[in-house]
Design a protein around this ligand. Structure first.
Ligand SMILES: *Cc1c(COP(=O)(O)O)cnc(C)c1O
Length: 359
């Protein structure tokens, strides 16, 4: 029997989440963001599943974009951090990769390149997140340089990114939208502001293009209940099974560092899932998971390849019983919160050694 640990990916759910992003913003085009191996779901499989729906994809770097081209994906692909080197500008023009320009050096790299055909440019404005983006006072000058260059394709897009769109009561999002429109050098040009949180909760942020990432994978990025969460279905479930069972007496401890000690006679299940699979080592006793579809708790320390669960109160547990760490029945966001992180991090860190099962 093979090691039972695997990632299950529901591609039909992915498609319906994408469709929900489109339904929420019918006047916008929705780019599917599949960086970081589609947030751990497998970029090639996700791109193929969305290829007939999405007009373009977005990734973090050219290596991710080339992987998609090599797999036969022919749609435009936006490089969300732009070109890191001069060579990447040449490759982008050849491969129909769109370039974010967020720094004056990237402007120079594009206009000084020798290209066979022009490259599509998205100019990023820093509207207050202060991570990436051109300073507004330099926008007109730098856009002028780009517009005058034969290396730049028609139809530049103006873009920015939100710092707090997941916080439903934070007015900073509205301030960023206002700032963006106030500083657009050309009010008629195509623009793009909304990430998933913007699509779900801030209709005033919808633009020519929206950029849907986390929501495609079926969990909400919002920090509260919101009517638009209802259209999301989780795509990933992280699964394994019980590989060993034992009884321990009250007072006996389990695992590395003896960090958990039984207060009563207990049944302990050992499960093939560890930090080398991307399950965080800092997940503590009490982290929820499902054994035989019933909620149980992690106990003791996460090992490289295994964890232990107290199944004293769970019925029908045997070697082979299924264990789910997160999925449609237990939200990755809830699990992440008990670990002090967010669903984004859990998904993107799912280990490469886990086979993916697409359904
Ligand atoms: C990752 C990313 C997105 C998608 O964000 P989600 O919160 O996952 O929807 C959108 N835009 C940019 C620039 C990004 O880097």
């Amino acid at each position: 029997m093979a090691r039972p640990s695997h990632v299950k990916v529901d591609l039909q759910a992915l498609r319906s989440n994408y469709q929900w992003a489109c339904d929420l913003a019918p006047a916008s085009k929705t780019m599917a963001i599949i960086k970081a191996d589609a947030y751990g779901h497998g970029a090639v499989a996700c791109a193929r599943a969305l290829d007939d729906l999405a007009p373009a994809f977005g990734v973090a770097c050219i290596e991710e974009a080339l992987q998609l081209r090599q797999a036969g994906i022919s749609k435009p692909i936006l490089l969300l951090e732009g070109a890191f080197t001069d060579d990447e500008v040449v490759t982008a023009a050849e491969q129909d990769f769109w370039l974010i320009v967020e720094d004056p050096r990237q402007v120079d790299a594009i206009i000084n390149a020798t290209l066979k055909q022009p490259v599509q440019v998205w100019v990023k404005m820093d509207t207050g997140m202060h991570r990436l983006g051109l300073a507004p006072f330099r926008l007109a000058e730098l856009m002028g340089k780009l517009e005058a260059s034969p290396n730049v394709a028609e139809g530049m897009v103006m873009a920015s990114h939100f710092a707090c769109a997941d916080e439903l009561n934070n007015d900073f999002t509205r301030q960023q939208i206002q700032f963006f429109h106030d500083h657009m050098p050309n009010k008629d040009m195509p623009f793009s502001l909304a990430n998933s949180a913007g699509i779900l909760a801030w209709p005033e942020a919808h633009g020519t293009w929206n950029r849907a990432g986390f929501m495609l994978y079926g969990n909400t990025p919002l920090n509260g209940d919101h009517p638009s969460n209802k259209g999301l279905t989780p795509v990933m479930s992280l699964n394994s099974a019980v590989i060993s069972l034992r009884q321990v007496a009250a007072g006996e401890s389990v695992g590395y560092g003896q960090s958990w000690t039984a207060k009563r006679p207990s049944t302990i299940a050992t499960v093939a899932m560890g930090y080398a699979d991307g399950y965080p080592r800092h997940a503590g006793t009490g982290t929820p998971l499902l054994v035989n579809n019933q909620r149980a708790s992690l106990i003791g320390r996460v090992s490289m390849d295994m964890i232990t669960i107290d199944v004293t109160d769970i019925e029908g547990v045997d070697v082979g019983s299924p264990v789910c760490f997160w999925g449609p029945e237990l939200s990755a966001n809830e699990v992440a919160e008990t670990m002090g992180t967010i669903g984004y991090e859990l998904m993107t860190r799912v280990g490469l050694r886990l086979p993916k099962v697409y359904v």
